[in-house]
Ligand binder design. Structure first.
Ligand code: NI
Length: 157
């Protein structure tokens, strides 16, 4: 496993749409392991492949530090409610901004064995799922921020 370099806002790779993953190759497995290690090392709660410069539809999320979720080709199939709160991103370290997200989301994704599963989340997990899926479309939370960015470190995803 290896720590990968996290791309920051302004890097073109963060504006591109990611490609579907069609098979679990050793290269993809290594990418996933590296993404988890890179996320934990950076103290984040989520990381999307484009943040390490890879345009594949893969995200890792762990909002508690002991419950890693690996989502391949994820899509949100259900969402409800609303939450407004501070959100940060490992690609914009040391900043946060207010973003409104659904308070509940259900995602369908493939796991490392390319088997479909569902992941339901509320509050921070719901926020992280939405945030990471935006990365796969080439979007950053700063496009949705309400008001100014602050020099506050929230959970970064
Ligand atoms: Ni992010």
């Amino acid at each position: 496993m290896a720590i990968r370099n996290i791309r920051e806002l302004g890097d073109e790779v963060l504006t591109k749409k990611c490609k579907m993953v069609t098979e679990m190759t050793p290269r993809n497995k290594e990418l996933i392991e590296d993404m988890l290690e890179t996320m934990y090392e950076a103290g984040g709660v989520g990381l999307a492949a484009p943040q390490v410069g890879v345009l594949k539809r893969i995200v890792v999320i762990d909002v508690t530090g002991e419950d890693p979720h690996i989502l391949i080709n994820p899509r949100i199939v259900e969402s409800s409610g609303e939450q407004t709160g501070q959100e940060g991103c490992l690609s914009l370290p040391g900043k946060s901004g207010q973003v409104t997200r659904p308070n509940y989301v259900k995602a369908v994704a493939l796991d490392v064995n390319m088997r479909e599963f569902e992941l339901e989340g509320t509050e921070l997990l719901a926020r992280a799922i939405c945030h990471e899926l935006d990365h796969l479309e080439g979007h950053m939370y700063v496009e949705k921020v309400e008001g100014p960015l602050q020099d506050v470190t929230e959970e970064e995803v």
